[in-house]
Design a protein around this ligand. Structure first.
Ligand SMILES: Nc1ncnc2c1ncn2[C@@H]1O[C@H](COP(=O)(O)OP(=O)(O)OP(=O)(O)O)[C@@H](O)[C@H]1O
Ligand SMILES: Nc1ncnc2c1ncn2[C@@H]1O[C@H](COP(=O)(O)OP(=O)(O)OP(=O)(O)O)[C@@H](O)[C@H]1O
Ligand SMILES: [Mg+2]
Ligand SMILES: [Mg+2]
Lengths: 252, 252
């Protein structure tokens, strides 16, 4: 039985796409069938995995009901790793979805039949708390919240956790927060150390042990259309995401 | 006669808030009356300028018509710098606005009376191309697009410029792109150099000369509720934003 993980945080640029794609590549590398669903109209996960934007069928088609998620899933260059690509018209979904019947449940219902096929499904969310992210949180079993080791990212975390509580109460009582993942940490700066300490003091074991360091290999990999474990397998970024994947799977 | 600048890019974490707040502080330092309007439900510009989230009246009250923008503007700790704070209910505006009469013009009409009072008004936009950003692009005379010197930020730029064209054609024909501002550049990495070269080759003089380097002082300043020119006046970040402000004002 697989899990569906929402990779979400309304703060922009904290490493949601980088975490979704690289965690997925690590679970695929360990032999588990893995699916990435790109829910962001920026199509960053789609491009990071080597596809063109606006491939069809896309997540938009699956959300608005024309095709099933299963029909939109396609294999990537990485063994065991599949993708449902995003397209730009997803930007319209944020305005169209609230008008549809049972709109918050569309992704949950769309994913239904294929949950069994994948050991792990990762939902890459856009930087907002709008209808698409709510759909993802309603469809998911688990949530991973990437947080940059910086002040403004810390600021927004409480707001995100409030939203999580509301979705859990109203739409998805079984949703579990797997953890908060510290990303782009620069151990040399006091700021990064202070933010990490504050996070661990405040949120305790909700914060995952593994910290992903700032590593230029991670920022380069998307320009080759590859996860970092394929682009630079021995880099600090690749080692960190392998460790993070193990920790996430161990948390169940 | 002042200008209204939208600081916008749907890519998250590219330095929109950091650019809006620090450009504004530099124009205020030069003796010009300056206003920052925080249009992001994350309230990052509000917090960066030392205010609590959810201060009232807020941008939400001005957008949904209960108060004028002038009534919501308040002075900050920096001379000549004023702020219209954001609140979390702005997240609801993205869904509510499309239902209102002439919704795209709300901010433009709200700003009308106070344009003359400020030499520069800077609109900090959320990381999306939704109704709030469209409102900002319709209200603005100029647009500044911060872009991180990284591959994924480059990817999203074409999509943003397409949207800009659409807004200019349908809603705001006099909107001028002041320029693309390269932020968080790390001159030591090949990636940063490659992205900067690609930007300048592709977009030529639309790319502003001044490049803002990655500087931890810029990331620290928000935790003190201060712009970087107050927190660390001699830092590379402060010097870069002073130079960027001069270049922006010179472009008219
Ligand atoms: N650990 C890291 N070290 C260095 N660069 C990183 C790291 N993680 C992510 N990046 C880079 O930082 C930028 C932001 O990361 P990413 O796009 O994954 O964040 P995001 O939260 O998905 O952004 P958005 O809010 O726009 O969806 C990207 O250019 C990415 O390549
Ligand atoms: N030049 C810089 N050097 C170092 N850190 C920076 C720089 N500019 C911004 N930052 C930091 O990078 C992070 C992202 O910047 P910021 O929040 O301004 O981006 P944004 O585009 O407004 O994000 P969002 O999409 O969430 O609104 C913040 O933690 C900020 O403090
Ligand atoms: Mg992303
Ligand atoms: Mg911002």
């Amino acid at each position: 039985m697989g899990h569906v993980y929402a990779i979400a945080n309304q703060k922009g640029g904290v490493g949601k796409t980088t975490t979704a794609v690289n965690l997925a590549a690590c679970t695929a590398e360990s032999g588990r069938q893995t699916l990435v669903v790109d829910l962001d109209p920026q199509c960053n996960a789609t491009v990071t995995l080597g596809f063109d934007r606006d491939a069809e069928p896309s997540t938009y088609d699956a959300l608005c009901g024309e095709v099933s998620v299963a029909a939109a899933a396609r294999p990537t260059a990485t063994d065991n790793l599949w993708l449902v690509p995003a397209s730009r018209d997803l930007a319209g979904a944020a305005v169209e979805l609230p008008g549809l019947e049972r709109s918050e449940l569309r992704l949950r219902e769309g994913l239904g039949p294929i949950r069994e096929r994948f050991a792990a499904t990762l939902l890459d969310c856009p930087p907002s708390l709008g209808p698409i992210t709510v759909n993802a949180l309603t469809a998911a079993d688990r949530v991973i919240v990437p947080v940059q080791a910086e002040y403004l990212a810390l600021e927004g975390l409480v707001q995100f956790l409030d939203t999580l509580q509301t979705v859990r109460r109203r739409l998805n009582p079984s949703l579990v927060l797997t953890g908060i993942a510290i990303t782009m940490a620069d151990e040399r700066t006091r700021l990064s150390q202070d933010v990490e300490r504050e996070l661990r003091d405040h949120f305790e074991d909700l914060v995952l042990e593994t910290v992903v360091p700032r590593s230029v290999r991670l920022a380069e990999a998307p320009s080759f259309g590859l996860p970092v474990i394929a682009h630079a397998p021995a880099s600090r970024g690749a080692l960190a995401y392998r460790a993070l994947a193990e920790e996430v799977l161990a948390r169940g």
